[in-house]
Design a binder for this molecule. Structure first.
Ligand code: THU
Length: 137
């Protein structure tokens, strides 16, 4: 299991997730989300939600960040931070939990918002008994 990131790294992830929300493309929901992932190489990748007029093609911030990391060659995710501009934190949707599982079955997942409340859970708690690469090995 990846260790819990140090406070300074978590702070960097939170700053990146908040900044990412600024470029969210959310003309339909107006729900602007930012995410940041920490990979095992120590790099931070960020992403925002990108919506589409064909609503089913909307991509969440978490998946944008993870796909960006994967496209850069990263294969292990140690932590994910998701920011929503809301009073209470938002936990990743089911599809994003499945995508996080691919690269970080025990990733440390943090949800932050504009209030003081936060959620901190391991992906394995958010998606127990997950189907993943191990099932195809
Ligand atoms: N969304 C995310 O980007 N991440 C989440 O964790 C929850 C939902 C996006 C998808 C869609 O663009 C908008 O928020 C409303 O569902």
């Amino acid at each position: 299991m990846p260790s819990t990131p140090p406070t300074s790294t978590l702070r960097d992830l939170e700053t990146a997730a908040r900044a990412a929300a600024q470029t969210a493309y959310a003309p339909y929901s107006q729900f602007r989300v930012g995410a940041a992932v920490l990979t095992s190489s120590g790099k931070i990748f960020r992403g925002c939600n990108v919506e589409n007029a064909s609503y089913g093609l909307c991509n969440c911030a978490e998946r944008t960040a993870i796909f960006t990391a994967a496209a850069e060659g990263e294969r292990e995710i140690d932590a994910v931070v998701v920011y929503t501009p809301t009073a209470t934190p938002t936990s990743p949707c089911g599809a994003c939990r499945q995508v996080i599982n691919e690269f970080g079955p025990d990733a440390f997942v943090v949800s932050i918002c504009d209030g003081s409340e936060r959620i901190e859970k391991r992906l394995s708690a958010l998606l127990p008994d997950a189907f993943g690469p191990k099932n195809l090995a």
